[in-house]
Design a protein around this ligand. Structure first.
Ligand code: C2E
Ligand code: CA
Ligand code: CA
Length: 708
């Protein structure tokens, strides 16, 4: 049973995620607006003049337009986007049907407009940044109302038969619930407007009351910073609200510093380093912690705006707004900087001049301009260090959480890639998390072929006397971000992405090169088995590639064995049959891999001659406990003997398992009982100690110790 508290908290989490994602969806208009704000408020007057002279007075109008068309509609855009984001996530019962997402967005738009009209009509203030909180409220309330209404049978009153045009059907069906949700919104909006709001007049007397005890700037500055931060956290432009509601606590614009009031230039210059929240420190912390990934990209993109104290990319891109992870440092950093500045001012460490400095003036420069001294710059530099220190642990935690989520998504995606590959479904074409990971990995694999990120490991195979007689080459891919990636994931992606021939040639060349090296060390009796994808077999050039590779490294064809798995199906085509015949004629051995796993193992035995059959691990693994598997293996070994083929048992992990497989007639053994796959120097050492001995050879199956 889920308790009401659990239900509520999971719903709140759902809302918070939808809000965060909506900010991210709206990043393009944030970027657009940021550029316009910067160009319209450039802090260097000479440059500003130059821009205007060059581009004419229309320039200013253009930046204002852009700001109005982006920041100026942010609230309403949030209402629409959030309605859709949340509607997509809301859990529905089987018999509940939400209106189409576009209709939910329209409903959010209409409801938002009802509220705006109820409180004085639309303009860039009521539609824009200042209405973000309203946008969030409407964006949550709209889909929640529509979901409740979806349970009401009467809402289906305008449904037409299914034989009508589907768009028309859906549109008609959603109309009643959209209307009811809209009427509900009007009622609430009207009621809220009629409700008397508490007046803010009492604020006027606050400075004097405090000043009777201590210098009021201590309390008022910190109070203003705190309120500003809390409002920003909820996505509301705190500065504008304070200007409107609490002008009394600030010294008048242009007046000199007065210790009985809060002073805007002090806050702009020494507290809002990089913007509200001292986010320049956050940006530096992101650079320190995130070496790659989204946080680093956000940090990179916010460098230029942050220099001019514009922090929207961090607030809405990271995002900080409504993100509990960042609440504490977002309050703590600016409050600490405010206290530092006040101490410096009260102890006369810095002397503040009365000077109007545009809020977009870069830190250090603004510190100098306000104090006419290096001390102002030093105070800002110290502020940057302190705020970075405050943000650091929180950024670390956020990055660790992101890693966890990413690792989980990666594990889910790789499992799906292999599973879907077996059903011949291309995950690279999927339009979800799996597709995203698959396409990213495929691009990385394309880049990594030929680099040191790809390597071959070699797993020894032993004969009935316990001597090492061969190895299987196995692909190893160390991804620079995800670490080791399963080889079957890499191979499946290469198959889906048209990369398998290139990858296959790389594996073949590497394996032949190694084998030539071993021959020079006297290990010519060790055979080299190479895995081959069925798609490689479909390539008319494949036999020529194999033969060129063998000749190039001076190998004898019999030293090479190609393992062909039929678990994904070997294409039935004249090209494949012809290729296999050519390869066999060359003298290269063929092994049927994962035998017993596919549906057509026996069919393939009829198509071409195999030199060995590798029994699938699913049979050998349970041979001790499952008598049926034992019977199957016995029949495979009988079949192989009749075909003059050897039987290889994979996944041999224990001596008991090996003994029973030996008794069942297997000839070659491979598995962790002997050795895991080994990289080159270790593998050579292993082969030298375990290669076939002279005729006087010692006891059978001196099992080598497991290697790590
Ligand atoms: P496979 O050809 O059946 O390879 C045997 C797999 O079993 C290997 O996994 C090996 O590390 C693992 N294995 C061997 N002995 C034991 C054991 O005793 N216990 C356990 N638990 N596992 C054991 P790996 O290296 O992860 O390879 C997985 C599959 O990826 C291979 O299955 C093969 O189908 C494919 N693959 C690997 N390298 C290549 C390659 O170069 N080309 C192609 N086309 N496929 C490859
Ligand atoms: Ca194999
Ligand atoms: Ca196998």
């Amino acid at each position: 049973m889920v308790s009401p508290m659990q239900k509520l908290s999971s719903r709140l989490a759902l809302w918070a995620n939808a809000v965060r994602d909506s900010f991210v969806v709206l990043l393009p208009i944030t970027f657009f607006g940021v550029v316009a704000v910067l160009l319209g408020n450039f802090p260097v007057p000479a440059l500003q003049d130059l821009i205007f002279r060059t581009f004419g007075s229309g320039w200013q109008a253009l930046t204002t337009w852009v700001i109005d068309a982006t920041y100026g509609v942010f609230g309403v855009a949030l209402a629409v986007v959030l309605s859709i984001q949340l509607a997509r996530r809301l859990p529905l019962a089987d018999d509940e049907e939400m209106p189409p997402l576009a209709a939910v967005g329209i409903s959010g738009l209409v409801n938002f407009m009802f509220c705006v009209l109820a409180s004085g009509g639309p303009n860039v203030d009521t539609l824009g940044h200042r209405s973000m909180l309203l946008g969030i409220a409407i964006g949550i309330a709209t889909p929640e109302m529509l979901r409740l209404l979806a349970r009401v049978p009467a809402m289906g009153c305008m449904s037409l038969g299914y034989e009508t045009d589907p768009e028309f059907y859906r549109s008609m069906r959603s109309t009643p619930s959209l209307v009811v949700a809209g009427l509900g919104t009007i009622l609430v909006a009207k009621a809220l407007v009629l409700l008397p709001l508490p007046g803010m007049g009492w604020l006027n007397s606050v400075p004097a009351t405090i000043d009777a005890r201590i210098d009021a700037d201590w309390v008022l500055t910190n109070g203003a910073v705190l309120v500003n931060q809390v409002l920003w956290f909820f996505g509301v432009h705190g500065g504008k609200v304070l200007d409107h509601q609490a002008a009394a606590i600030f010294g008048p614009v242009g007046a000199s510093y007065d210790p009985s009031l809060a002073w805007r230039p002090l806050i702009d210059v020494f507290v809002h380093l990089g913007g509200s929240g001292a986010t320049l420190g956050l940006m530096v912390a992101l650079f320190i912690v995130a070496r790659e990934g989204p946080y680093r990209r956000i940090a990179q993109m916010s460098v230029l705006p942050s220099i001019f104290n514009i922090n929207e990319i961090l607030t809405f891109g990271l995002p900080i707004a409504l993100n509990p992870v960042f609440l504490v440092p977002f309050l703590l950093a600016p409050l600490t900087l405010a206290c530092m500045a006040l101490i410096a001012v009260h102890t006369d460490l810095v002397i503040l001049h009365t000077r109007s400095i545009p809020w977009t003036t870069p830190p250090l420069l603004s510190g100098y301009l306000l104090t006419d001294s290096w001390r102002g710059m030093a105070l800002q530099a110290l502020g940057l260090v302190v705020s970075t220190r405050i943000y650091l642990p929180f950024v670390r935690r956020a990055e660790a959480k992101r890693f966890e989520a990413q690792a989980a998504a990666f594990a889910r995606a790789t499992a799906a890639i292999v599973a879907e590959g077996q059903q011949r479904l291309a995950s690279v074409r999927r339009n979800d998390e799996v597709g995203l990971v698959a396409r990213g990995l495929l691009a990385d694999l394309t880049r990594d072929i030929g680099s040191t990120a790809l390597k071959l490991a070699f797993q020894p195979k032993h004969d009935r006397t316990g001597a090492a007689v061969g190895v299987e080459a196995l692909l190893r891919w160390t991804h620079r971000r995800h670490g080791a990636v399963r080889p079957d994931v890499a191979v499946t992606l290469a198959e889906e992405g048209g990369l398998i021939r290139r990858l296959g040639i790389w594996v073949l060349e590497q394996a032949c090169e190694r084998k030539a090296e071993w021959n020079r060390l006297g290990l010519s009796r060790i055979t080299m088995a190479i895995n081959v994808s069925p798609l490689q077999l479909d390539d008319p050039l494949f036999p020529a590639t194999v033969s060129r590779c063998i000749a190039q490294h001076g190998l004898a064809p019999g030293e090479i064995e190609l393992e062909i798995t039929e678990s994904h199906g070997i294409p039935i085509s004249p090209v494949v049959d012809d290729n296999l015949a050519q390869i066999a004629a060359m003298g290269v051995s063929l092994a049927m891999d994962d035998f017993g796993m596919g549906h057509s193992s026996l069919v393939h035995l009829r198509r071409f001659h195999v030199h060995s059959i590798k029994i699938d691990g699913s049979l050998t693994r349970v041979v001790l406990t499952n008598p049926t598997c034992g019977n199957i293996i016995r029949s495979i070994t009988a079949l192989a003997r009749a075909q003059q083929a050897k039987v290889v048992a994979e996944f041999v992990e224990t001596a008991a398992q090996r003994d029973i497989l030996l008794e069942l007639g297997c000839d070659i053994f491979q598995g962790y009982l002997y050795s895991p796959p080994l990289f080159c120097p270790a593998c050579i050492e292993y082969l030298i100690t375990h290669a076939p001995r002279s005729q006087s050879g010692t006891a059978r199956f001196e099992v080598p110790a497991l290697e790590g």
